[in-house]
Design a protein around this ligand. Structure first.
Ligand SMILES: [Zn+2]
Length: 96
């Protein structure tokens, strides 16, 4: 990844940019959602949109409760997307 302040390449796990010394992670790490937790939530409670609530999609989560996970189809698509790691949170972040 790249530093948002100076634009130089930095380590993905870096907390502070080694080039300009600014902090990088604090805001991102709050938004970060665990991939395994999302997968387990989707597997066990996917029908009621638990993984949607976890990743910030409150409206979609409620919709999934009403439709029982889009009658299983939506649930299956979400599950495949999570397994393929193409699933993103509401903030557009990939799961970690
Ligand atoms: Zn920097």
């Amino acid at each position: 990844m790249y530093c948002s302040k100076c634009g130089k390449e930095i380590d993905n796990d870096a907390v502070v940019c080694v080039h300009c010394g600014c902090q990088i992670k604090p805001l991102l790490s709050i938004k970060e959602k665990n991939w395994l937790v999302t997968l387990i939530l989707c597997l066990c409670f996917g029908g009621i949109g638990a993984h949607r609530f976890y990743t910030g999609y409150i409206g979609l989560g409620i919709l999934q409760i009403i439709t029982f996970g889009g009658f299983g189809i939506w649930w299956l698509i979400d599950l495949i997307m999570i397994l393929c790691r193409s699933y993103k949170t509401k903030d557009g972040e990939y799961l970690v």
